[in-house]
Design a protein around this ligand. Structure first.
Ligand code: XMP
Ligand code: MG
Length: 179
């Protein structure tokens, strides 16, 4: 049953699952014989990360980072704060940053700078969704699941005011919900 606040389903559970399996297969090749540190950006990337890591047939470790750049609003500010840091030392490691969606790109460019400073051996980015139209910094993910239109999307980890993360699909909110 469709949630009453959702205007339209953009990607169904089945479509997401196919995209994640495909990305997992590509990343299995990328990290063959390596032991990457897979870094999930909380909280939006959690659903994607748990599914993606199970689709990666190689040794890997999981860790999480929580940064705030958004507050309760809908636009990234560029003023990024670390709310929870990694438990793992990054020095000399192959890093795979897992994002739910790249929007302005500010959050990710900040993370990449930190991990370079901490002497990561390699840094790759996989994002489930890419909203290229909205980019303000020069940044490309290495692996992109879905190119999405410039709409505010929720579900499969993505929220509006912490709601809708548990929807198994990705949908567009009705405008009256956030206006
Ligand atoms: P930036 O702008 O730094 O932001 O690339 C990336 C983060 O912003 C959040 N974001 C969204 N969250 N629906 C959401 O629920 C969206 O349409 C959306 N666009 C951006 C998200 O947390 C992402 O990691
Ligand atoms: Mg996020």
């Amino acid at each position: 049953m469709l949630h009453p606040d959702i205007k339209e389903v953009l990607y169904s559970e089945e479509e997401i699952s196919a995209v994640v399996k495909d990305l997992g297969a590509q990343l299995t090749k990328e990290y063959e014989g390596k032991n990457p540190l897979v870094i999930g950006v909380l909280k939006g990337a959690v659903m994607f990360m748990t599914d993606l890591s199970r689709a990666m047939n190689c040794d890997l470790e999981l860790d999480f980072m929580d940064v705030s750049s958004y507050g309760a609003g809908m636009e990234s500010s560029g003023d990024v704060k670390i709310l929870k840091d990694l438990d793992t030392t990054v020095d000399g490691r192959d890093l795979l940053i897992v994002e739910d969606i790249i929007d302005t790109g500010r959050t990710l460019s900040y993370l990449i700078e930190i991990f370079k400073y901490r002497k990561a051996k390699s840094i790759k980015v996989v994002t489930l969704m890419d909203k290229k139209e909205r980019r303000v910094v020069d940044l490309e993910a290495d692996y992109i699941g879905i190119n999405v239109p410039n709409e505010f999307v929720v579900g499969y980890g993505l929220d509006f005011n912490e709601k809708y993360r548990n929807l198994p699909y990705i949908g567009i909110l009705k405008t009256e919900v956030y206006e």
